[in-house]
Design a protein around this ligand. Sequence first.
Ligand code: ADP
Ligand code: MG
Ligand code: MG
Length: 923
Amino acid sequence: MSRKYVYFFGGKKADGKAEMKSLLGGKGANLAEMVNIGLPVPAGFTITTEVCTAYYKNKKKYPKELTKQVKDALAKVEKQMGAKFGDLKNPLLLSVRSGARASMPGMMETILNVGLNNKTREALIEKTGNPRFVYDSHRRLIQMYSDVVMEKAAGIEPEEGKGVRQQLEKALHDMKLSRRVHADTELTADDLKELIEIYKSIVMKVLGKPFPEDPMEQLWGAVSAVFQSWMGKRAISYRRIEGLPDDWGTAVNVQSMVFGNMGDNSATGVAFTRNPATGENYFYGEWLTNAQGEDVVAGIRTPNPINEVGKSEHTEHLPSLETGMPATYKALNSIQKRLEKHYHDMLDIEFTIQDGKLYMLQCRVGKRNGPAALKMAVDMFKEKLITAEEAVMRVQPSQLDELLHPIVDPSVEIKTKGLTKGLPAGPGGATGQVVFSASDAVAWAKTGKKVILVREETNPEDIEGMRAAQAILTARGGMTSHAALVARGWGKCCIVGAGNIKLNYGNRYFSVGDVTVKEGDWLTLNGTKGIVYQGELPMIKAAEENPDFVAFMKICDKVKKLKVRTNADTPEDASRARAFGAEGIGLFRTEHMFYGKNSEEPLFKLRKMIHSKTEKERIAALNELFPFVKKDVKGTLSAMDGYPVTFRTLDPPLHEFVPTRHDEREKLAASLGISTNELNERAEALHENNPMMGHRGVRLGITYPEITEMQVRAIFEATAELMKEGKKPFPEIMIPVTCHVNEIKHQYEIIKKVYAEVCEKFGLKKIPHLTGTMIEIPRACLTADQIAEVAQFFSFGTNDLTQMGFGFSRDDIGGFLPEYLDKKILPGDPFQSIDQDAIGKLMEIAVNGGRATRPDLKIGICGEHGGDPQSVEFCHKIGLNYVSCSPFRVPIARLAAARAVINDKKAKKSGSKSASKKKSKKK
Ligand code: ADP
Ligand code: MG
Ligand code: MG
């Protein structure tokens, strides 16, 4: 038997079904499914995607069986509809609709009313007694067909404004002017009849060919145009952007026409089974009477709300289908309910009403924004329409991100024209007044103003201003620029690299083309999309406290296996992260107490310690520092009561803390009792050529054991005190930048000694804690089995591991990484998402090595990758116990961890060898 290229649908039974999307395309598969569940669908047939592929493989020739299969299917359709294509008594009209696997907006437009010509139309007038409707359909056919088939598919690229469609639209417009009417519907049958002849002559003039009168020629022309459009410029570039393969091909659906333009008892519409903008559970849609096809979407006339609940203050006065055609509305409403039950999801549906009778023309899973996706997932789970696992898969991590930040009100944004675009570096929206320096940002914010800091680019000196601003906008820099990194960490709205902005710091303004924005002018930023607007657009609040959000996170927690911790350096950060659901702290950076707020005093003492020359001097300075460290440690452990907190011992190279200002150096020298010259010499001695690989991390603890000792004592004493207060602190001491097991052995001796002393001092037998190490140097990964003999836990520092694995200095990648990405040397930024090929492999080696020695070894990750959904999935796959990320990323990591469980299950089911399988074999 020859291959089946054509699938019939209609009556009670279709050849296809919903699962056959790859072969029939989304539209075709769902049309078949609707027929199979007994919904009213005009009969038709689908030409498969295989024909498209064969067509392109075979020099644009169809498989030879196709003509006959189409003929047979058409005969079935004719029988079903009781009319004949091209017949002069009872003509059948067809629509030709494209339909790929995934919906591809802008690929090809549908052609309606195929089969009409000067003869068949007279028969149709006879049959319907409605000449106006028939002429209207005829002029629509000419308009669509000449544009899509005769011009676009033929590869003609007319000059701007010279396309056949525009010229026809102009003729329609002129006709309306000359008849002094506004709406198309006001043109009479005679007007339209006249217009058709004008149309035909325009087609002849513009395209040099007559409009085809033969119905069969029209049909095949339309079918070919769909296949042509698959390789059209717009379709190809869309597939490049979305990463869709060319060999999917598109299907073509040929379907009997039903008419929404037969008069006031006819209509057409588009609807969603729930509100796609908010997720609210009510039927939502728009409709138009006496209209055909895309009039609703095209905005030719303002569509009406489908029902009463869907009315807003702007649409209150318009007629709803619910009240206008109650019986039909009831039928439609029960169909939409059935569809949602059948598909277990929110659907987007298209329907047409011909003389009071309802027909379904399309259904597919509806697109939705983040807030709506979350609400629907939670509601449908509660309604038992979907399982917890399905609910988790209904929300993309990026959609959850949309919810965690205030956003620009989408209903206003959609009507507003952007001023310029940049890279979406920090999600969410923000409004504020423009300032051009960090110090102005701080000063204005102090007076209660909301500001947006606009800079060429930012650097570490701008930090305070960046913090004070609602949002940051830069003219230069990429996704890994300073502004982008900082904003992401804070969860702040940020747009970088808005290259059209020309800054004039001196006169305090910037311009985009001929628009000038001055200091103090209002701007609104959409950091999720990278769009800048002039003025102050309304905002919608973030959803942390929204009950649906909380409920959704609970569903995720039920499914996920990975624990999610946060990186937090202050007690305030710790409590915020608890509110986001963090199950502990995966990284507390001791050194952070020497940066931000209230850091002056401890920083001074630290500097004293750094510039000490003798052990004695150093110990004296450390003793002064001790109470500050202990206080921070205690506050953080207390905020995280009952959860583990990982304290990292001092990590950065010491020279970072050397004061640069002369007066500060003088003050420091005085306090140490040495001359400024002497101090300058000591500071000079701390200089390193390559500090990131220099004297830092555990190396400091080895050369200055007293530094480790002070920190560990602070941790144990704070813990002991909290225990006495009846709390349940659980500290984990983490040694950074380890490359050799002997380094940790050395540090452990110190820790053991201090531990015994503190236990003794507080009269405690035991202080619960763990001691472990960061794994952030390739050598540590490769010798993890040895390191695990001492370390009780590992935490991957994937920033440094990536840095050293690639040999890329993270501080210097700005010079080449953007080009690496542009030129596709690298598939993505390895500092944003773990490079699974190599860095991931190092991690796997470390996991396997560590657990071979210590099967219960606790392993986590505390690099920035811990908040990247793809990296979280990878961490799940290789068997980590937890991920740790910045507070704002915690919910995203929780969702990603839950999705990882499901994806992993799916992968195992489909027999692919997942990483965890490989691992269990090795064990
Ligand atoms: P798109 O993929 O752009 O949505 P469709 O193939 O769904 O294109 O066609 C667009 C519109 O054309 C439909 O929403 C419907 O209103 C109209 N249409 C398509 N096929 C028919 C038909 N057989 N009868 C009546 N109207 C149709
Ligand atoms: Mg459609
Ligand atoms: Mg590090």
